[in-house]
Write a protein that binds this ligand. Structure first.
Ligand code: CA
Ligand code: CA
Ligand code: CA
Length: 145
């Protein structure tokens, strides 16, 4: 009976000692862990705000990607040239000395035909001589040069 009591006391003492040691060591572990955990947490917050700062810029740049591109610099955008059937790399697709933009937007001539009105004079020749490249007669309104 006495030995049982001693063992019980010993167990109790050991238990409290172990609990004490555990309690004493746990805060120590948390203290060493906390600083290393707080620091990354702070960096994570910075990382979260940084993408947020870049986030609005990237979607905003996507609509502006649809910039008017004029590869040959003739005044017609590539989209407009595709619609007109002209070559986006040639400012004068049919080489009639009249630029694609002037044919499409000014004279309403065929940018793919050298002689739109079929009078044997090239569109550009007619314009330079003051004639209407899209029919008989002279041009009343000359493009300002
Ligand atoms: Ca063009
Ligand atoms: Ca032309
Ligand atoms: Ca002609």
């Amino acid at each position: 009976m006495k030995t049982v009591l001693i063992v019980l006391i010993a167990f109790a003492a050991l238990g409290t000692a172990a609990a004490f040691a555990y309690r004493y060591m746990l805060p120590a572990d948390q203290d060493t862990d906390n600083p290393s955990q707080v620091a990354p947490a702070g960096k994570d917050d910075d990382d979260v705000t940084d993408p947020d700062g870049k986030g609005p810029n990237e979607p905003a740049s996507e609509p502006t990607v649809k910039v008017m591109i004029d590869t040959d610099g003739d005044g017609l955008t590539n989209d407009e040239e595709q619609a007109a059937g002209t070559d986006v790399t040639k400012p004068d697709t049919d080489s009639d000395l009249l630029g694609d933009r002037e044919e499409v937007q000014v004279y309403d001539t065929d940018p793919l035909r050298v002689d739109t009105d079929g009078d044997s004079f090239a569109d550009g020749q007619e314009v330079r001589a003051g004639y209407n490249p899209n029919g008989p007669g002279k041009i009343l309104e000359l493009p300002s040069e």
